[in-house]
Design a protein around this ligand. Structure first.
Ligand SMILES: NC(=O)c1ccc[n+]([C@@H]2O[C@H](COP(=O)([O-])OP(=O)(O)OC[C@H]3O[C@@H](n4cnc5c(N)ncnc54)[C@H](OP(=O)(O)O)[C@@H]3O)[C@@H](O)[C@H]2O)c1
Length: 336
């Protein structure tokens, strides 16, 4: 059963925002799966800020996507054909299928998702996934907030940030979120239980942080960088911690300057640790058990922002860089 595939392949390295012409839409016939291989029909494609990093030829945590290679991306899919025990036709699987409709390849690159959970398939991209693990380990392993401490998280209404704030509340911290619209601020405060929210597009972040963090900042979960990082550094306490998860404000601008308040890392003896979620893969079950439990208990909510059509991926991915997504951004490629 060979399949007709469509894929986005990287054609050129973007300069600034991703343009459709940076990718090439190709059609090709895939072979039948060989021994040890499966054919996966992709249902959901994860669109992530790091897609932009992978397109750049810079020193990074994985090799950049090569010119002519299918664009890398996380996917959820359904097994259509299998030559491997443990992978049955109809199983839901997750893996790095890339920006394409099908994958034929080694089964061990895919994880079979648990059955009969009662959860929608999108939960395995929006929360019970690398997204939930990023929030969980970045906050609990690096920031390690104590009850009553003040945690600040930016991109706070996004996929990772919205979970970070809720987990910090579960751990009895005070949480201040920074996000880019009044609606997002209202959602994280009124529905997710953040203590305070700052709209960085309309408010003076430094002044609002002074107001909302009268005892200073103990933990920062950093997703953005730039001026917001400087404002937070200004108010951090002695021996405070920063989980450096992302720097989205710089991904389209490789010449963006570093923080002006870098000196406070010395003055306040701040612990700053960059991390990539894959560093924690061996501990995935620990995160999944807690995230799943908190979801069942109604303590952890997540939002997904599902857009139709693989052909739209190059335009839609840019929504991450202007805040036009509400929750985990993904493309629906085929029916569940
Ligand atoms: N270290 C890891 O392993 C790991 C894993 C996953 C994600 N990450 C990082 O975590 C961060 C969030 O990723 P996500 O997947 O959860 O995406 P997301 O937060 O759902 O979407 C990105 C959000 O970033 C905000 N943003 C974009 N440009 C900005 C700017 N110039 N200044 C301030 N805010 C800006 C926008 O929200 P507003 O409307 O609020 O502006 C946008 O909605 C990213 O930096 C990503 O690279 C790291």
């Amino acid at each position: 059963m060979s399949v007709e595939n469509n894929a986005w392949k990287l054609a050129t390295r973007p300069d600034g925002d991703i343009k459709q012409s940076d990718l090439e839409w190709v059609a090709e016939t895939l072979p039948d799966p060989a021994e040890g291989e499966i054919c996966v029909r992709h249902v959901y494609l994860s669109l992530d800020p790091t897609n932009r990093i992978w397109m750049s030829d810079i020193d990074q945590y994985m090799p950049p996507v090569a010119i002519g290679e299918v664009m890398r991306g996380g996917t959820l899919g359904v097994v259509e054909a299998s030559n491997v025990n443990g992978y049955a036709v109809g199983d839901m699987v997750s893996g790095m299928g890339g920006w394409q409709k099908y994958t034929v390849g080694p089964a061990n690159a895919w994880q079979v998702l648990p059955k009969d959970t009662g959860l929608p398939m999108t939960a395995f991209m929006g929360c019970l996934s690398f997204i939930g693990m990023t929030a969980y380990f970045g906050l609990l392993d690096i920031c390690d907030p104590k009850p009553g401490e003040t945690v600040v998280v930016n991109a706070a209404a996004g996929a990772v940030g919205s979970l970070v704030g809720q987990i910090a509340k579960i751990k009895d911290a005070r949480v201040v979120g920074i996000a880019g619209s009044d609606d997002k601020c209202k959602w994280i405060k009124d529905e997710l239980g953040f203590d305070e929210a700052i709209n960085y597009k309309t408010e003076n972040v430094l002044e609002m942080l002074k107001q909302y963090c009268p005892d200073g900042i103990d933990c920062v979960f950093e997703n953005v960088g730039g001026q917001i990082l400087d404002d937070q550094l200004t108010l951090m306490n002695n021996f405070s911690r920063i989980a450096l998860c992302g720097l989205i404000s710089t991904y389209n601008d490789l010449d963006a300057p570093g923080p002006k308040m870098f000196r406070n890392i010395l003055m306040k003896r701040i612990m700053v640790k960059g991390f990539i979620v894959s560093d924690y893969m061996a501990r995935a079950q620990e995160a999944m058990a807690d995230l799943g439990k908190w979801m069942m208990e109604g303590k952890l909510q997540y939002r997904v922002d599902v857009r139709p059509g693989l052909e739209n991926a190059p335009q839609v991915v840019n929504d991450l860089f202007v805040g036009a997504n509400t929750g985990k951004l993904m493309i629906q490629i085929s029916d569940e």
